[in-house]
Write a protein that binds this ligand. Structure first.
Ligand code: BTN
Length: 259
């Protein structure tokens, strides 16, 4: 896959804005790679500094949650990963990424984004961003994919549940600008969590819950081995979803997809 110059990220412009952030610098850019999460892990093993941003214009083997693939349009979307050493639990990093993306969309494009449990960012009920956190217990790779310039409108099946910024009328927002806005917000939350522990976790949890669209309705959570349906009445402090089932019992769900 050849990414044309027109489809190449302006890395110098990004670098100028993120150089002072704890998250997003230094930048490791490659025009094409299999998966930025896989590349970030390799770089981390080779000694890359925590905070490093690994970014590409095209992933040939992008990874999604639960073994799925993540497809992005060459030179049009955002696919990047961060090498991090969080002192806090991975579920908080997932929440931090989702909140940072949702707030960046609101702040830079006036888009009302919502979070679908556990960590998809939706606009108009359609998925615009996916987050994949992979940890070995010490080094954590936070991978974020945002649909920016491609379009899903011609796809009868995917177009029902996925959208890009172009699809929602925000195609003028550049990938560089959006990335910087996401990194600024993520760095602020990350720094807070690293330094303030439990108090910062409470602040983040409150923000994430306020942006969660999953609560207050009947949902079905799909898991590898089945599904569970209930009224989504709360989330626990570790991000687990609390469902009230038809028979009145309470079920705490820690993973799965709300489709
Ligand atoms: C999901 O919703 O299933 C998570 C998708 C995560 C995709 C991003 S794109 C950048 C990073 N590299 C990958 O291979 N995956 C993540």
């Amino acid at each position: 896959m050849n990414v044309s110059d027109a489809g190449r990220l302006d890395i110098d412009a990004i670098e100028r804005d993120v150089a002072a952030l704890t998250v997003g610098s230094p930048i490791h850019y490659v025009p094409v790679t299999g998966s930025t999460n896989a590349l970030a892990r390799e770089l981390a093993l080779a000694g890359a500094t925590p905070g490093t941003l690994v970014i590409t214009d095209y992933q040939s083997a992008g990874r999604g949650r639960q073994g799925r693939i993540w497809d992005a349009k060459p030179g049009q979307d955002l696919t990047f990963s961060l090498i991090l050493r969080p002192l806090f639990s991975p579920h908080l990093l997932t929440m931090a990424c989702a909140v940072a993306v949702a707030d960046a969309l609101a702040g830079s494009a006036g888009i009302a984004a919502r979070i679908k449990w556990p960590n998809d960012v939706l606009v108009d009920g359609k998925k615009l961003c996916g987050i994949l956190i992979e940890t070995d217990g010490v080094t954590t790779i936070a991978g974020i994919g945002i649909n920016v310039g491609g379009t899903f409108t011609g796809d009868p099946e995917l177009g029902q549940r996925a959208a890009s910024l172009a699809d929602v009328g925000a195609g003028a927002l550049s990938r560089e600008r959006l990335l910087v806005e996401v990194l600024r917000r993520l760095a602020a939350i990350y720094d807070d969590l690293q330094s303030s522990g439990a108090a910062a976790a409470t602040r983040l949890m409150r923000q994430w819950t306020a942006e969660l669209e999953t609560l207050g309705r009947v949902v079905t959570v799909h898991q590898h081995d089945g599904e569970i349906t209930g009224y989504a009445e709360a989330v626990e402090s570790d991000g687990a979803l609390v469902l009230r089932l038809d028979d009145g019992t309470r079920a705490v769900v820690r993973w799965g997809d709300v489709l």
